[in-house]
Design a protein around this ligand. Structure first.
Ligand code: UDP
Length: 323
């Protein structure tokens, strides 16, 4: 009984809560009886992702851009910092400076908020901090190979500096921090216009449009289903205080982009043509997490494998495209 009372009273702030992963996390927290303060500027997020919780008495939406400081009157216990455009098409080009500011000013603002509330704060970092990795698979102690002046740098270096900020606030201000490095994740509530490989391929196959493979399709990614990812992030927040991470979270099964295209075509029964387009600059050629640390400390490993997760995602996109 005491346990339940404590959970009901915990107030958790989620930045980027209207985004793809943020909305999954908000739903999980509501299911666990937390009070959720969801912060989003709706740049890539959408209230549509929150339809199932928006009217819940424990859920509050705050429209705010974390580039600016945020004042919250009620006591916050935990902060999950997810806010940043995460897809190359949304973080590059005209959005590049905004992306850097979100990573850097946004992190400082959320760390200051954590300091004021003596709240625990979790940063969603990224496999992008490894850049074009020269070690396979990537372990947390690999320091990466990022082009600091390339078109992906706004995100990669922004997220690297965010990790630095988290660890300095931990060292200098004794803030309780948690850092997870998220590898490619997919699932329902991805934005069909996000330009990600999974959402693009599924939507193209369902619409009968050509599947667009960038480069020769031999580059690899390791795809984690959203529910698995959220479970790991939640476990990380609830892990012992002395475990700061960083910890890799992802599915260690590696696929080429071409293999992904074949799987999507098979699952959808689509008859789309496949066309090859230029590989974007600095697009990493291989990526696969070593998740030994997550297994050992969080007792976590992914349970949904690619075909199963793709089937669920295809069902979601069928509904979205019909609507
Ligand atoms: N990609 C592709 N076709 C698409 C979208 C992406 O071949 O329509 C490739 C992209 O070049 C990259 C991989 O798929 O090699 C994953 O891209 P995504 O943007 O999903 O994730 P990230 O590059 O951030 O890992």
């Amino acid at each position: 009984m005491l346990h339940i009372v404590r959970l009901i009273m915990k107030t958790v702030l989620v930045t980027g809560g209207a985004g793809f992963l943020g909305s999954h996390l908000c739903k999980k927290l509501i299911d666990c009886n937390y009070k959720v303060l969801c912060v989003d500027n709706n740049y890539t997020g959408s209230l549509k992702n929150l339809e199932s919780v928006i009217n819940h008495h424990n859920f509050n939406f705050i429209e705010h851009d974390i580039i600016n400081p945020l004042t919250v009157n009620e006591k916050i216990d935990e902060i999950y910092n997810l806010a940043t455009p995460a897809s190359p098409v949304h973080y590059q080009g005209k959005a590049a400076l905004f992306t850097i500011k979100t990573c850097v000013h946004g992190s400082i603002n959320m760390l200051e908020l954590a300091k004021k509330h003596r709240a625990k704060i979790l940063q969603t970092s990224t496999s992008e901090i490894y850049g074009e990795p020269l070690e396979q698979p990537q372990k947390e102690n690999y320091r990466g190979n990022v082009n600091p002046i390339g078109i992906r740098a706004c995100y990669d270096e922004g997220k690297r500096l965010a990790e630095t900020l988290f660890f300095e606030y931990h060292r200098q201000e004794s803030i309780k921090i948690k850092v997870v490095r998220i590898f490619n994740t997919y699932g329902p509530y991805m934005n069909p216009e996000d330009g990600r490989v999974v959402s693009n391929f599924i939507c193209q196959a369902l619409r009968g449009d050509a599947i667009t493979i960038y480069g020769d399709g031999s580059q690899t990614r390791s795809f984690c289903y959203a529910d698995d990812m959220i479970e790991a992030v939640f476990r990380m927040m609830n892990s012992p205080d002395n475990f700061t991470g960083p910890v890799n979270i992802g599915n260690p099964h590696e696929f080429t982009v071409k293999e992904l295209a074949e799987k999507v075509l098979k699952l959808t029964g689509g008859k789309s043509a496949v066309i090859y387009m230029p590989l974007p600059l600095d697009d990493p050629s291989r990526r696969r997490p070593d998740i030994t640390l997550a297994k050992n400390v969080l007792g976590w490993e992914p349970s949904v494998q690619l075909e199963e997760g793709l089937m669920r995602t295809v069902e979601y996109f069928k509904r979205v495209l019909k609507a």
